[in-house]
Ligand binder design. Structure first.
Ligand SMILES: C[S@@+](CC[C@H](N)C(=O)[O-])C[C@H]1O[C@@H](n2cnc3c(N)ncnc32)[C@H](O)[C@@H]1O
Length: 229
């Protein structure tokens, strides 16, 4: 699969990056939000510092801190190699050096793991795996999911994606997903049939521009929004 990844990696982003990936406003942050596939993102930790309640769901939350750390360290070389390969293939122009992006990822992980150690039994971090989440119907106003759906379109097939998005719509009134491109930065082949199917099911679904630029690529600047009308 080109310079992409052939397995889902453990790599996290911070609150500012979540705000940019999902066009989150102050009003959004007042909603009841769940982040699905949040993994080692430190968004939950940062929101907690601001007194904002937020729930993260991920399969890794059934693992020990040591095992999560080992998985993160195992993912790190693959992430760095992928970014370097994209730069070499000249498909992207980075806003930061590969080394700086690596250090950012380490910092996010350290913030996440410190909070996770403190609050893992508080209900802030919940074990769960798409396409079947341990959440009641419409328990949340907004579900966010980044760098799982569509990013791994070569690994996760269309039926998984459709079941996952339907599940997110079961638990939340509105769902925002980023990116809509696959790991090689092409629009995911799952996007057009997904949008048509959801529309046929009466869901309001559209692509929306976002300011987030992890790597500076033209195709990487939209999120997919799906909402119950
Ligand atoms: C690249 S990380 C993204 C983390 C975070 N969303 C972010 O953008 O910073 C991908 C995450 O997807 C999680 N994941 C893998 N399979 C999953 C599934 N079936 N359901 C939910 N999460 C899954 C992984 O454990 C990992 O934490």
């Amino acid at each position: 699969m080109g310079v992409g990844l052939d397995r889902v990696v453990l790599w996290g982003r911070n609150l500012t990056q979540y705000e940019q990936m999902f066009n989150l406003t102050d009003s959004d942050l007042g909603k009841n939000i769940v982040g699905v596939a949040d993994g080692p993102a430190c968004t939950n930790a940062e929101l907690f510092e601001q007194g904002i309640r937020y729930t993260s769901i991920d399969p890794i939350y059934k693992e020990s801190v040591d095992d999560i750390r080992a998985s993160f360290l195992g993912s790190r070389p693959d992430v760095m190699a992928r970014i370097s390969a994209l730069v070499e293939a000249k498909t992207v122009g980075l806003q930061k050096s590969v080394e700086e992006l690596g250090r950012d990822g380490d910092q996010v992980f350290d913030t996440f793991i410190a909070d996770y150690e403190k609050r893992k039994d508080s209900g802030a971090y919940v074990y769960g795996e798409l396409p079947s989440l341990p959440i009641a119907d419409q328990a949340y106003d907004l579900a966010l999911s980044s760098y799982l759906l569509f990013a791994y379109s070569g690994v996760l097939d269309y039926s998984f994606h459709l079941a996952a998005v339907r599940e997110l719509l079961r638990v939340a009134r509105e769902v925002r997903m980023y990116p809509v491109t696959d790991v090689d930065n092409y629009l995911s082949a799952h996007i057009p049939p997904m949008m048509q199917t959801l529309r046929d099911e009466g869901i309001d679904v559209y692509l929306e521009d976002v300011p987030f630029r992890y790597v500076d690529v033209k195709t990487n600047n939209q999120m997919l929004v799906a909402r119950h009308l």
